[in-house]
Design a protein around this ligand. Structure first.
Ligand SMILES: Nc1ncnc2c1ncn2[C@@H]1O[C@H](COP(=O)(O)OP(=O)(O)OP(=O)(O)O)[C@@H](O)[C@H]1O
Length: 350
């Protein structure tokens, strides 16, 4: 981690306690699926708020509603008291910046150029000014570049300003995404799984960086699966389950809540709509287990068929009759370094 705390980043801190983000009754339906159901969430100036929940809980969909990538089916999103139109560029202009779950850098542009892209909502010069390259444009360009270098110093990449983004190690690409988001001078930063794919050292550095961002007056809303990271970092944590906000509270309140533990461990809790089905499956598993314990003949194991036809495309090869007991490697959370260098910079919302 570099000098994240001693650089003046010029963002004007909002008065502490001021409501920066207010989401009210945000609902997002995709056909018959309600991905987010009537979620209220508030983020105040000076806060780091965490959004947790199992896979498919609706966290990213909620972020997409906040940032105008999705038009919520119901509900409103306000920034500092003003309801936002669901248009990404207007949301950014208002003061909300975000990063994505999968890295979306312009991989063939330099580190500095990537940050400059993030400045475009804060520059007034138009197309003609850019084409004519008059003194006004040159002044604005120099100011943007100075600001971008300031941000690169803040995240510790000032010495790599001229490197191609794709050549950065994974952890630095993630930091660069954050610098690009900061380039729009936001009052609220939304981070979608910022530590996905990071090693423990990179995760610690990311934690420090987020504290430093908060200290310079930017509120943060962060989605993360790494519970230790979330509970260390956040002033408040909200947990989504099946699109609904299950609980919101301090780290210790949420950490100890049996419904949150149940949601993560897949255990039913009182009032859980799926509890009956889970109980039935457990009973069926228990009786199958008892039958298996009764003896090896209780339930014949399927034997591989050595005369099985080879699969299409495998003509001439000997059919593999050994059952494959090797588990598939667990999919990495988020993109890997290798993926990230080829990740598209635009496209799907997730
Ligand atoms: N564009 C879409 N069209 C249809 N269904 C969608 C779309 N985007 C998300 N969903 C569905 O909405 C639900 C919530 O997905 P979402 O990605 O928001 O969950 P998540 O909590 O961010 O999950 P993860 O932790 O795995 O990223 C899922 O069932 C998902 O399949």
């Amino acid at each position: 981690m570099t000098n994240t705390t001693d650089t003046d980043t010029t963002a004007a801190p909002a008065p502490t306690g001021e409501t920066v983000l207010e989401a009210r009754g945000v609902t997002m339906r995709f056909g018959g699926l309600t991905a987010v159901r009537s979620v209220d969430l508030q983020v105040n100036a000076g806060e780091i708020v965490g959004l947790i929940g199992p896979n498919g809980a609706g966290k990213t969909t909620f972020f997409n509603c906040l940032t105008g990538l999705y038009v919520p089916t119901e509900g409103t999103v306000s920034y500092k008291g003003t309801v936002l139109p669901p248009k990404p560029h207007l949301v950014t202009k208002a003061g909300i910046a975000r990063t994505f779950q999968n890295i979306r850098l312009f991989s063939n542009m330099t580190v500095l150029e990537n940050v400059l892209v993030g400045r475009h909502t804060r520059t007034k010069e138009g197309l003609w000014s850019a084409l004519l390259r008059g003194p006004g444009f040159k002044r604005a360009e120099a100011a943007s570049e100075a600001r971008a270098m300031e941000l690169l110093t803040f995240i510790g990449l000032e010495n790599k300003a001229q490197h191609l983004a794709k050549n950065l190690p994974y952890g630095e690409q993630r930091k660069l995404e954050i610098a690009r988001a900061l380039a729009s001078d936001p009052g609220l930063l939304l981070l979608d799984e910022p530590t996905a794919g990071m090693n423990p050292q990179e995760t610690r550095a990311a934690e420090e960086l987020i504290f430093a961002i908060r200290d310079m007056g930017i509120a943060v809303l962060v989605i993360e699966h790494d519970m230790r990271f979330i509970f260390n970092l956040c002033d408040r944590v909200a947990c989504l389950v099946q699109g609904e906000k299950l609980i919101e509270g301090t780290a210790s309140e949420v950490q100890g809540d049996e419904r949150v533990i149940a949601a993560y461990l897949g255990e039913p809790f009182e009032g859980d709509p799926g509890a009956d089905e889970v109980a039935e499956v457990e009973a069926a598993e228990a009786s199958a287990g008892a039958a298996a314990a009764a003896g090896p003949t209780a339930e014949p194991k399927p034997t591989p068929n050595p005369t099985a036809e080879p699969a299409a495309g495998a003509a001439g090869t000997t059919p593999d009759t050994t059952p494959d007991t090797t588990p598939d490697p667990a999919p990495a959370e988020g993109s890997t370094a290798a993926e990230s260098s080829t990740t598209s910079t635009e496209g799907e919302a997730k």
